[in-house]
Design a protein around this ligand. Structure first.
Ligand code: PEP
Ligand code: MG
Length: 539
């Protein structure tokens, strides 16, 4: 936090808004509404002029993106490059140009062309697909801004940006060196911006509902997910104390990053990382973790240009295995479906969380599944690969998937292609598995997916702010299942880890350790804090 203006509250009663923390931290500053004041586009009467205007606006937006790319690195730069490539893609721009030919104005034509693209992705809360919808909304806005020549106004230093949802380019163009934060009426903790905010330590809360304008200093507690306006002195003092404690924990956590994780009572705990894009590993020092506990592969399947071929997948998996240098890398077969639609692969369903997703879909489409299996078998020779299946509910699914692995291994052997058979494990995220783990004793390992396990046990969707309080991994019912799985694994020598978000949550870690877990996989941004929380636990 930076800056301490004297006046905390504007006049009026204290107002508290509650949402979901997307990036933990504290910010104290003026509110800045970044969506206000869009200028109106004035069309010409000629389609030829409109075509020229739209093309010029696309070029202007592309030039601005290129400028941002030059000052950005890593995953964020890749995301901007994706946007730049989309702007150069005729399949995105051609429908807009065709609409102009039919008499539509440039802004209307552009809006409509992008609306169709965006709609397919908008309802998803999955990292990859929501991020893509956000990217498309971002691109749409950038071109509209270029059409109206409305340059976006910069937020004052240390401000808390409020709005419905925030574009990644707006995030990247904002100067966060003086502090500040983000408070969104809607948004998602799985969005690209949320990932950026976590990696840069910018406090962010989503799902706050409608927010009023306010001219005093606002208090954003993005550790617990609240925004406070017109704070009274008691609430303001509490806020300062929590912010100070958080800063202290952050500072101390850095000391733990380079050490192996051990509890206060001396129990060693393995801490691995969760990744998606192979590029994620570039910013992680392998010596600070025990390997990759979960590599989500949906990222590869959500790319423009169709489903990934065997070689594209092989290269992605190999890159991560080589980076890990012999430490285990657990790659999950594609968990498409449900909230993660993949055009050309998934089907439309009324109740997607309970539908054809994960291993169910892979087994329904063996033609696609076999391609991933071959890529994994070939990549296995480059490191310490483990493979796991998502959304397993009955033992037959494991048996069928393992059989496909055996068949593809035989066929690779017959063709003389180098490969190796990795240990095959399962995600424990459907309650049927957690309740009767003995039916799955032939799996090589269990990895508890606490995100889905919690939502299915509590009947509270993981992406619905209205039921966020119910969606709690520390509910005794969820913890009892986790403990039962950990105990079963221990008694039968089946390794058990946990790769849901709870593994990186300092508040949940003591409960998970008490439940008997000794292997957690966390998002890289939480690695230091998770290790620090383990060091303070008494288990
Ligand atoms: C989980 O459900 O906890 C999990 C790790 O899988 P995902 O979040 O990808 O569904
Ligand atoms: Mg899951």
């Amino acid at each position: 936090m930076h800056g301490r203006p004297d006046k905390i509250s504007a006049t009026g009663p204290e107002q508290r808004f509650t949402g979901i923390s997307a990036s933990a931290g504290y910010a104290r500053g003026p509110l800045f509404r970044f969506e206000a004041g869009a200028a109106k586009y004035v069309p010409s009467a000629s389609p030829a002029l409109e075509t020229g205007t739209l093309k010029a606006a696309i070029n202007k937006a592309s030039a601005r993106l290129a400028e941002l790319i030059a000052s950005t690195a890593g995953e964020a730069a890749e995301m901007l490059e994706f946007q730049l490539a989309m702007l150069a893609d005729d399949s995105l721009t051609d429908p807009a140009l065709a609409s102009i030919e039919k008499g539509f104005a440039a802004d209307e034509a552009w809006n409509d062309a992008l609306a169709a693209e965006i709609a397919g992705y908008e309802s998803s809360d999955d990292d990859y697909f929501r991020a893509r919808a956000a990217d498309l909304r971002d691109i749409r806005q950038q071109v509209l801004d270029a059409l109206t020549s409305s340059e976006s106004v910069s937020a004052p230093p240390g401000a808390i940006l409020i709005g419905n949802d925030i574009a990644p380019t707006r995030f990247l163009a904002t100067d966060w060196t003086q502090g500040g934060g983000i408070a969104l009426s809607a948004g998602s903790s799985a969005s690209h911006v949320a990932m950026l905010a976590r990696s840069r330590g910018v406090p962010m809360v989503v799902g706050l509902g409608p927010l009023p304008d306010h001219d005093g200093i606002a208090l954003l507690d993005a550790e617990h997910g609240t925004l406070l306006l017109c704070a009274g002195s008691e609430a303001a003092e509490l806020f300062e104390a929590s912010a100070k404690a958080f800063a202290g924990r952050q500072q101390r956590a850095q000391d733990y990053l380079r050490r192996p994780a051990v509890t206060a009572s001396g129990t060693p705990v393995r801490v691995q990382v969760n990744i998606a894009d192979p590029a994620d590993v570039e910013s992680i020092d392998i010596s600070t973790c025990d390997g990759v506990g979960l590599m989500r592969t949906e990222f590869l399947f959500g790319k423009a240009g169709g489903l990934p071929d065997e070689d594209t997948q092989y290269r992605a998996y190999r890159k991560v295995l080589e980076w890990a240098g012999g430490k285990p890398v657990t790659i999950r077969t594609v968990d498409a479906g449900g909230d993660k639609p993949v055009p050309g692969f998934t089907v439309e369903e009324g109740n997607p969380f309970l539908g054809l997703r994960g291993i169910r879909l892979s087994l329904a489409r063996p033609d696609i599944f076999r391609v991933q299996i071959r890529a994994l078998l070939r990549a296995a020779i480059h490191g310490n690969l483990k493979v796991m299946f998502p959304m397993i509910a009955v033992p037959e699914e494991y048996g069928r998937a393992a059989k496909l692995f055996a068949e593809e291994a035989r066929s690779l052997a017959a063709s003389g292609v180098a490969h190796a058979m990795p240990p095959l494990g399962i995600m424990v995220e459907v309650p049927s598995v957690a309740i009767a783990p003995e039916l799955f004793a032939n799996a090589a390992f269990f990895s508890i997916g606490s995100n889905d396990l919690t939502q299915y046990v509590m009947a509270a969707a993981r992406d619905n702010t209205a039921v966020a309080a119910l969606n709690s991994v520390t509910n005794p019912a969820v913890l009892r299942l986790i403990e039962a799985v950990a105990t079963f694994g221990h008694e039968h020598s089946i390794p058990v880890s946990l790769c849901g978000d709870a593994g990186g949550d300092p508040a949940s870690i003591p409960y998970l350790l008490k439940a008997g877990l000794r292997d957690l996989s966390v998002v890289p941004a939480q690695l230091a804090l998770a290790k620090a929380a383990i060091a303070e636990a008494e288990e």
